[in-house]
Design a protein around this ligand. Sequence first.
Ligand code: PEP
Ligand code: MN
Length: 359
Amino acid sequence: MFVVMARTAGEAEIIGVKSAILGEGLTPYDHAGAERTVIAVIGEIGARKADLMSRLGGLPGVESVTPISRPFKLTSREFHPEDTVIRALDAVVGDGSLTVMAGPCSVESRDQLFQTADAVAEAGATILRGGAFKPRTSPYSFQGLGVEALRDLAEARDRTGLPVITEVMEPNQVDIVAEYADILQVGTRNMQNFSLLMAVGRVARPVMLKRGFSATVEEWLMAAEYIISSGNPNVILCERGIRTFETYTRNTLDLSAVPLLRQLTHLPVIVDPSHATGKRALVAPLAIGGVAVGADGVMVEVHPNPDAALSDAEQQLTFDQFRSMMAQIVLVHDQVRGLRDAPREAALALGNGDGQGRH
Ligand code: PEP
Ligand code: MN
């Protein structure tokens, strides 16, 4: 549930409500909206619900108490109607502008990274990506250059001015990655690594949470809930494809998740057509599709010589292919940005869906 404070409520009344929540053994999480403060009540409420709602509703400065019908609370649009806007250096994600995260799958050398960083920056990317710690299916595959790659990424940021995003795989890597990177990425294989989610929830860096390749939208939002409830509200969601029976593509990009998430959550949504398809020729069409259905941007892999890449060779774009994709998605984004508010209005119409798709 969440407590909506009156517009006129002052600091003392807000503190009064928070203390009452703490006194129940629950955790208050406040969100200062443009007009008023809303305080979410987090924890196991159980049978106390009706009683608690009436007690909190009677406190000074409280306008109303509303139950949150879904299991995800802090990520829900019910609690936080305005879009979350995330900033990293000069990049802004979630404000209606087009975010383009681009760079190699893995940082392979300083030279490979710098060449790619210069090319994607020049073509209009807003954030530089590059893997330092690589979660590889095979222990015999290239595992990434680790801290050396983090240093190269930081230098590439100084060179281009682009903020840097890179994956963190374990709780004990969080501090070092946060020291060099501007945005931390939690990969698909770690979406439900709860100790990692809590660890990235405790640092002052935005986090991009990729969807687990077998996760439902609700499980994904519950994972984001771990990060936010640990103290970090700056979460970006990334749809990167889910596993289906189809084998011609690496995964299946769930484009329906994008407009669905716009209704369910206030968090920005990015689409990754590189890992979703695993095929270079499909990356631009699905980047266009992602932007067309309202994503805040895309993440794509780019390499100076994709065929020679040490990881994900088949899906990385050449510089020319990246430039041509950019030209296309910018056009599509210009066309759809005016429609941006429409899906959110439809949130009212979505009601309390039970998440059970019908066959
Ligand atoms: C990546 O973006 O480098 C990556 C490994 O992606 P995913 O976790 O989606 O497979
Ligand atoms: Mn990759």
